[in-house]
Each structure stands twice: as C-alpha cells, then as structure tokens.
Design a protein around this ligand. Structure first.
Ligand SMILES: [Zn+2]
Length: 266
C-alpha cells in the first residue's frame, strides 16, 4: 500500500514538474499603428488565403523549400527571447478529440466564426477532431471587459492571450485558455483576428512573425489583423498534425522531420 502510494505520488510529481504555462498575446499598440486607426479590409485577408482543395499538394510542394522550413520553425518555436530565438520544444495535441468551449458571447457572428474555423481545422488535418461543445473542454475561449482582462493578464499591451498547459513530450498539450480583451477589441472583425491568432497558439504554435513584410503572410504576425489562415499557415497546421512531427522535438529535430516529410518518408 505504501509502495503504491509512493508510486502514485511520484507520478503526480512528474506530471506537475513537466507542466508549464505561457501566454502569447496579440499586441494592440502596434495593431493600431499598422492600421492607422482605420479598418482597411485589405489587411484582413492573407496574401494567399487558405484553399482546402489544393492544400495537400501545396503542403507537399512547400515542405521541401528552405523558406517554408524557416516559416514552420518560426511558427512552432517561442520567440520570447527575440526574433531570432527558437526556444522550447514542439508541443501539440496527441488526443484524437479536442473540445472547445466558448464560455460567453463574443457578440454577433462570433460563435459562427469559431465553428467555421473549427470546420476548416478538421479539413486541414486528420489527426485531431476539434469540436465546439457546451461544457467540459480542453480549450476555452472567454471574452473579458478591459478591466477584467488587465486584472487577469497584467499590463502587457495585448488584446488576446492563450495560456497552455503541456507535457514536455507525449501527450503534449493538455489545456489551452484563450482570453480576449473585448473592451479594446470593440468590433467583431477585431475579435476575429484575435481569435484566429490565439487559436493558432492553442494548436501548439508558440512563435510570432515580426517583420512588417510578414503582416499578411500569417495569422501569427505579432500584431495580426488577418481573419483567415494563409495557405502557408494551413500547410504548417497540416504538417504539425502529421505523423512526421512528435511532441518534444527541438528545432533541429523539426527541421529533419520536415525534410523527411518532403521526401515522402513519414
Ligand atoms: Zn501571439
């Protein structure tokens, strides 16, 4: 009995030790600067928007390109120590079903928007089925007033945040908590841009693009205003949830895995 208790408490200790929490926000100051305070609808669509019918061929083609390997690494690895840093390890969902609960209303059209994103996610990749549920879920989305957001997240000039809990290795991600500053993000189109950015973090992508030229290339531009994934984002999601990638890989392991994927060796 004592041995059993020891084993159980050891397992618990290991579990606690490997779980980490981080947050990734969309910066609001730069967002206002980039839009000049106005909503230019051009800035809402990626240069090459996701096209699901051609995604498998596109993914196979770009996986072998050097630019895409850099793009993928930039999406996967944390850039918290600067634009050239690739810290952390690959972390993704190993579960077959990941539930998303929208805790409160984000305003007109927002529920439908999340359902649409989830439908797209399920067509981009086949490893995980994402479902929107009402109740117990691995991923939650909550819209907060400006004061409540500041109290929860702190004064870090963000309008959205995704805090994840994960193991550094299988089973990877175990929960993601998305919060949106609905006070600053007053319009539904602003909230959509924040949701697709934070939801992409919730898939295990921890990095950001910081060059202005990447503004319309990826929803993970640090001050993104895009409301749709780019075809390259979708290819990254497809590869992330392919059998080539594994929880716990570092930046070199990911690069090797991408080359194997491109060569058709899974
Ligand atoms: Zn972010």
């Amino acid at each position: 009995m004592r041995a059993l208790r020891f084993i159980l408490s050891s397992i618990l200790l290991i579990a606690v030790a490997v779980v980490t929490v981080y947050g990734c926000g969309v910066a609001w100051q730069s967002l206002i600067v980039s839009l000049g305070g106005a909503d230019r609808s051009n800035d809402r669509q990626p240069t090459e928007a996701v096209a699901l019918s051609s995604l498998p061929q596109y993914t196979q083609k770009v996986a072998g390109k050097a630019w895409f390997r850099r793009y993928f690494a930039r999406m996967v690895f944390d850039d918290g120590n600067g634009a050239g840093s690739y810290t952390g390890i690959l972390t993704r969902w190993d579960k077959q079903r990941v539930r998303i609960d929208i805790l409160n209303s984000g305003g007109p059209g927002m529920h439908r928007y999340v359902v649409m994103l989830v439908r797209r996610l399920n067509r981009m990749q086949q490893a995980v089925t994402f479902v929107v549920v009402d109740g117990r879920a691995e991923v939650t989305i909550e819209y907060l007033s400006h004061d409540a957001y500041r109290r929860t997240i702190g004064d870090d000039n963000t309008v959205g945040n995704c805090a994840t809990r994960f193991y550094q290795g299988p089973p990877g991600l175990i929960s993601a908590v998305i919060k949106v500053d609905a006070g600053v993000e007053a319009t539904s189109v602003d909230r959509k841009a924040t949701i697709v950015h934070e939801l992409t973090h919730a898939l295990g992508f921890s990095g950001h693009f910081r060059k202005r030229s990447d503004q319309r290339r990826s929803v993970l531009y640090y001050a993104s205003t895009l409301t749709n994934w780019s075809q390259a984002d979708a290819a990254a999601i497809r590869i992330m949830y392919s059998s080539s990638m594994r929880n716990g890989m570092n930046v070199h392991g990911v690069d090797r895995a991408l080359r194997r994927f491109a060569a058709g060796r899974r």
